[in-house]
Design a protein around this ligand. Sequence first.
Ligand code: ADE
Length: 251
Amino acid sequence: MTDTASQEIVCWDARVLTLYPEMFPGSLGQSLAGRALKSGRWSLETVDIRDFARDKHRSVDDTPSGGGAGMVMRPDVVDAALASVGDRPGPVLYLSPRGRLLDQDFVHGLAAEPGVTLLCGRYEGVDQRVLDARNIVEVSVGDYVLSGGEPAALVLMDAVIRLLPGVMGNDESSREESFEQGLLEYPLYTRPADWQGRGVPEVLTSGHHDNIRLWRLAQAEEITKARRPDLWARYLKQRNEAHGKGRADEE
Ligand code: ADE
């Protein structure tokens, strides 16, 4: 997948297959994403998986082969729902706690695609055969279990939409925020200068831009090192490679 900056995207098209179409656009109908939806920067099509049930009870699930708790979404119903959207450009992703973890690099990749098709599961999940038959990539939004893929789909789309060129007014703020440099974001302050006896770090009111930049970098490094050793190790490795050292230093 390519870099968002190098590609002109007219309208990013999201399709969501779900048993709960009324959950969409949900939070994405508000604020930044909501305005971008209204202006045609991205589009949303929901497909009600239940419309593709084949029996008079409109059932979409059945008991798991081999026994066990819960129900499994039927491959024939899910496949028919997927077939209904046709071969659209962009990947087909299934939101699942078993998937690859969503991170900012993956989000950038999706923003550079023409769109995405998201399959939301309920119950215990979707029959493996339809995932295999259609080479569907599984994506997780974190190491916890949600009651269905819908909130995860909203999270994924939110992360993508704000990166689409023109959606976020101030490009600077996206470059400086958490993950964009491989670091967590430095602490933020605003007025009043004194709040309940707590001041703003002096350097931030000094007007000395180099010192402010260095202070922010040092803070971002300290926070990342303390909170996310995994990100810190990756950051050191990349920094050392950039400086031609080729190995992570103990810092
Ligand atoms: N469905 C249920 N839990 C999920 C998770 N953590 N990520 C994506 N989809 C899910």
